[in-house]
Design a protein around this ligand. Structure first.
Ligand code: 4EH
Length: 230
């Protein structure tokens, strides 16, 4: 079994590379891919760079070029739900693209013909995350994540995304990774730890908590890898 672990920013995969220690680095299509065997599982790890296009390229590369059969995403997100505070974890049940708009043709936000507003995450991986959460004595929220090519630092935009998609958190890569994995029949799991509340203080909060929240998410994902290897 070959497992992909991806993030968008270097900070999101740094704790994972640190834990693994030794790995083989390959450059491909403008990104670095790190391969290792960990607890008997073949891993390919990468950060994509920010946004839907780069994350699409990286997810597709991990699957088509490196042969990944499952994909776990680890990173940070802006909170929409008032239940979510900085450092809290959210597991995506399904994901959408909040900036996809052909509503001029009568379609709902997030929809294009032959696509779907939401892509659902793998239920088995979500179950596994619940086991890990209970073993760690952690509360992990399950909810909807909305993705778009915008760093949201605006209460109005955040509330619109929340009400239009029923979203609990937002970020810039999960929805595109979901589309790739769904199309290629690769089970996927998107985990995010909150770094900010997507409001006017978001950029300051993000800078202050990127590292710690990225670490929280990465540590949880590595517990899942441990469980997959059992
Ligand atoms: O990969 C991008 C990063 C922000 S852009 C999406 N990530 C972090 C999640 C995220 C997010 N996305 C949209 C956390 N908070 C978010 C928010 N809106 N409020 C970035 C950050 N630092 C330097 C350069 N770009």
């Amino acid at each position: 079994m070959k497992l992909a672990i991806m993030g968008a920013m270097p900070e999101e995969i740094a704790p994972i590379l640190e834990k693994i220690g030794t790995y083989k680095t390959t450059e491909y299509a403008g990104n670095k891919y790190y391969e290792a065997t960990y607890n008997g599982i073949d891993l390919v790890i990468a950060y994509s760079k920010i946004g839907k296009v780069f994350s699409t390229l990286t997810a597709a590369t991990m699957i088509e070029h490196f042969g990944a059969q499952k994909l776990l995403f680890s990173g940070v997100a802006g909170a929409i739900s008032s239940e979510l505070k900085v450092g809290d974890l959210i597991v995506a049940t399904k994901l959408s693209q909040h900036d996809l708009d052909i509503t001029a043709f009568g379609h709902p936000f997030g929809y294009v013909p032959e696509g779907a507003v939401f892509v659902e995450s793998d239920k088995t991986l979500i179950e596994l995350s619940k086991q890990v959460a209970s073993e760690m004595g952690l509360h992990v929220k399950e909810g909807i994540i909305a993705t778009g090519d915008q760093f949201v630092a605006n209460e109005e935009r955040k509330n619109w995304i929340g009400s239009t998609f029923g979203a609990d958190a937002l970020e810039m890569e999960g929805g595109s990774v979901a589309v790739v994995c769904n199309a290629l029949h690769v089970p996927f799991f998107i985990l995010r730890a909150i770094s900010d509340a997507a409001d006017m203080d978001a950029s300051f909060s993000f800078d202050a908590f990127l590292e710690s929240s990225a670490k929280t998410s990465a540590e949880f994902v590595m517990k899942m890898v441990d469980k997959i290897g059992e």
